[in-house]
Design a protein around this ligand. Structure first.
Ligand SMILES: [Zn+2]
Length: 68
């Protein structure tokens, strides 16, 4: 499974937030699906419409991530 990358710094490590501001580490597949980094975690309750890059200040729709 391929991971999409940040359009600015080209890393795959992203996080999403929930209503309480809690962060969940994720990556985004080449199908633009947001997947938890750790399989035992759940994206339930998290806003998957916006992902935040761990490496730079970029954030936005998972569809805006790029292929390597
Ligand atoms: Zn970045």
């Amino acid at each position: 499974m391929k991971k999409k990358l940040c359009p600015q710094c080209k890393i795959a490590a992203m996080f999403v937030k929930n209503a309480e501001g809690k962060r969940l580490l994720v990556y985004v597949t080449d199908q633009a699906v947001v997947v938890p980094k750790y399989p035992e975690e759940s994206t339930d309750g998290f806003d998957l419409s916006e992902v935040f890059c761990l490496g730079c200040s970029w954030h936005g729709s998972p569809k805006r991530l790029v292929d390597y």
